[in-house]
Ligand binder design. Structure first.
Ligand code: SF4
Length: 695
């Protein structure tokens, strides 16, 4: 594991803020490189503790460096690459011949580089010939994406540079706790805080909600599942009090009348009855946003991970459109992408319904364009597949997937209702997992393929503001590990696949750029070489352009150039009865996603080595539960045991669990696999549980 250069300017391996960092060789230390924050518009030199400790994983002794094959006694044995690749090719060919190409599935990840995400989508369609590909971003960004596509015709998480937030007078944050999930983000809220204009909507008094203290803003704690009602109430006030931007609405939108009618029943007092938010606060939010010279509405998974998440995000967009915020410099609507390449990961063909460039797989012109780049007949590209929850449920089922290749995802921790997912994976004929640690999903595999970590490879990522950035190699990988580009090329060759399968990420990027040309997320003006100059590369970035830091300034992406108001109505959430509580899941400062990486970093794991539930003291007293004791949370899907931390920061009708833990501590044993009809996003944030002390 040798450093390959003096220093490498790169970005954090974890979340979508993609903080800039420099890796410097540190021979003799525990890690082969040391990490320092680097000046960049998003993080301005700051890193959170996940970023500071990210290099620790490069020297872990439990790294997988040889392919592993399941033995008849259930153990793993090391195997040669040629042997496992031959076997995978043989098995998927046999299964495809017997049960059809769709009997082989691919499950990708929002942490893969753009190059790997692109190559994985291509591999599924033209090497395996399967439509059955989707990825874990379906659990994360799909409702916000569906809402943005419906309203604007284009989905870029933040359609403006993050630094634009600095000068805001008012920022409404709904369902995001960036104070814990991406702490360097918080500096961009200082302007709004200084002017008393930070409004945080969260059932918990989270780290972000506490930023509203001392006159910096307002924390609003609606009842679980009532975010949309709150937004409709605020929209009602904006229209009733004639706070909306009539000229903007007339010139740049369609559908206003239907939305006006749909919010008319949501007067503030009725909104208060449903949400628990005082009518006075509902009015204040509307007037604060409307009176701001510069205002933003931001949403996160807290309001999106519901079976009506697309409609809730749509209600937030309707509010932003009423106020004339979208497509204007100094104001806007955005959604906060979570996974490192959650944005790029959904643009290049990993989604079951998409081709590279954010193209629809059902569009004949899109299919023809991508087929030309791939060197195949458009007819040979399969049609749309099925989204992630259905894809996993189909594993081993009659007519479903019989072999699954998993890349960059730990689904037996991160998927909803994980006991069902575990059972489904157990019914497969073949489960192949590519990872650098033996994740909980890899532990179930028939074959595990060791791949590279972030500092061992070149590539690109696309951050939460749609900015394409370079990931750089700082050290050589362990001898036995291989890049996914190599694995896909080797398998493609064994499957006699058409097309080019370069090992060079720069060449794969060039092909991706050609495939994206003319699409919504057009990267055709970009290359690794150009990105290496450090230019700000916000897509769309067509050839000959200088990119698009702010989209929608002139027009929206629908054919008529206008944004769409879409009227939405709240659905009744699953509500607690009797002594039941609403379960809210989320992230904590120390951990990232399924915890495969961060649970291996001592400095991150030591503060929270076990699952800790947060509960209100009054709720605990009623159940004879003491602070720090052990509790059991149960519903019809499963049961979870956790230590309990009592705090007045959470509503008495709600209990919070972080979702980073595995096995019997997995919060997703309790969550629902019901999905949003528009986005296929599971409703992680709407479960009901009973809670009792463990004797
Ligand atoms: Fe930055 Fe996110 Fe990495 Fe923390 S985890 S250093 S916020 S990119």
């Amino acid at each position: 594991m040798m450093p390959v250069s003096a220093t490498a300017d790169t970005h954090c391996p974890y979340c979508a803020l993609q903080c800039a960092m420099t890796l410097t060789p540190s021979p003799g230390d525990d890690a082969p490189v040391s990490v320092s924050g680097r000046e960049f518009p998003t993080n301005r030199g700051g890193l959170c503790k996940k970023g500071w400790t990210s290099a620790d994983l490069l020297a872990r002794g439990d790294r997988i460096t040889t392919p592993l094959v399941r033995q008849p006694d259930g153990s793993f044995a090391e195997a040669a690459w040629s042997e496992v690749l031959d076997r995978i090719a043989r098995e998927v060919t046999r299964i495809g011949r017997k049960s059809g190409a769709d009997a082989v599935g691919v499950f990708g990840g929002g942490g893969l580089t753009n190059e790997k995400a692109y190559q994985l989508g291509k591999f599924a369609r033209i090497a395996l010939g399967t439509s059955r590909i989707d990825y874990n971003g379906r659990f994360c960004m799909s409702s916000a994406a569906a809402a943005a596509n419906r309203a604007f015709g284009l989905d870029r998480g933040l359609p403006f540079p993050l630094a634009d937030l600095d000068t805001a007078d008012a920022v409404l944050v709904m369902g995001s706790n960036m104070g814990d999930t991406m702490p360097p983000f918080v500096q961009h809220l200082q302007g709004a805080r200084a002017r008393g204009g930070l409004i945080v909507v969260d059932p918990r008094r989270s780290t972000t909600a506490r930023l509203t203290a001392d006159g910096a803003g307002t924390h609003v704690q609606p009842a679980p599942g009532t975010d949309m009602a709150l937004l409709l109430g605020v929209c009602h006030v904006v229209i009733a009090d004639e706070l909306y931007d009539r000229d903007y609405v007339d010139a740049r939108t369609t559908g206003f009348d239907a939305v006006r009618r749909s919010v008319s029943p949501w007067w503030p007092e009725r909104t208060e009855q449903v949400t628990g938010v005082p009518a006075r606060i509902v009015r204040d939010i509307a007037h604060r946003l409307a009176g701001a010279r510069s205002a933003y509405v931001l949403t996160g998974r807290g309001v999106e991970q519901h079976s009506d998440g697309t409609d809730t995000a749509t209600a937030a967009i309707n509010l932003a459109l009423l106020l004339g915020l979208v497509g204007r410099e100094g104001s806007g609507y955005g959604t906060l992408t979570g996974q490192g390449n959650g944005q790029g990961g959904r643009e290049h063909g990993q989604k079951s319904d998409q081709l590279p460039g954010y193209r629809k797989i059902t569009d004949p012109a899109a299919r023809a364009h991508v087929a030309r780049v791939w060197g195949v007949d458009p007819e040979s590209i399969p049609g749309p597949g099925i989204p992630a929850v259905q894809l996993l449920a189909s594993c081993g089922a009659e007519g479903g997937v019989r072999a699954l290749l998993v890349h960059g995802s730990n689904v037996v921790v991160s998927a909803p209702d994980v006991s069902q997912v575990r059972a489904a994976l157990g019914r497969l004929d073949l489960l192949v997992v590519s990872d650098f640690f033996l994740s909980e999903t890899a532990q179930l595999a028939d074959i595990v393929l060791p791949v590279l970590q972030w500092a061992e490879e070149e590539g690109t990522m696309t951050n939460l503001e749609g900015r394409v950035i370079r990931r750089r190699k700082a050290i050589d990988p362990p001898p036995g590990a291989r890049s996914e580009l190599w694995i896909l090329r080797e398998l493609a060759a064994r499957l006699d696949a058409p097309g080019a399968w370069s090992l060079d990420p720069a060449e794969v990027f060039d092909e991706l750029a050609r495939a994206s040309a003319g699409g919504l997320s057009d990267y055709s003006g970009l290359s690794h070489e150009l990105l290496d100059t450090g230019l700000a590369a916000h897509w769309p970035y067509p050839q000959g352009s200088s990119g698009t830091p702010r989209v929608f300034l002139d027009r929206f992406a629908h054919d008529d150039g206008r944004a769409r108001f879409v009227s939405v109505r709240p659905r009744r959430p699953e509500t607690p009865h009797g002594s039941e509580l609403s379960l809210v899941t989320g992230r904590i400062l120390e951990h990232y996603q399924s915890g495969t990486q961060t649970r291996r970093v001592a400095e991150l794991n030591e503060p929270n080595p076990r699952l800790v539930a947060q509960m209100h003291p009054v709720t605990a007293r009623d159940r004879a539960i003491d602070d720090g004791s052990r509790i059991r949370l149960t519903n019809h899907r499963g049961a979870v045991e956790a230590d309990v931390q009592l705090s007045p920061d959470i509503r008495p009708d709600t209990v919070f669990l972080p979702f980073h833990y595995a096995g019997s501590e997995s919060a997703n044993l309790l969550t629902s696999a019901a999905t949003d009809p528009h986005s296929a996003m599971p409703e992680f944030k709407n479960a009901v549980v009973t809670v009792e002390a463990v004797a």
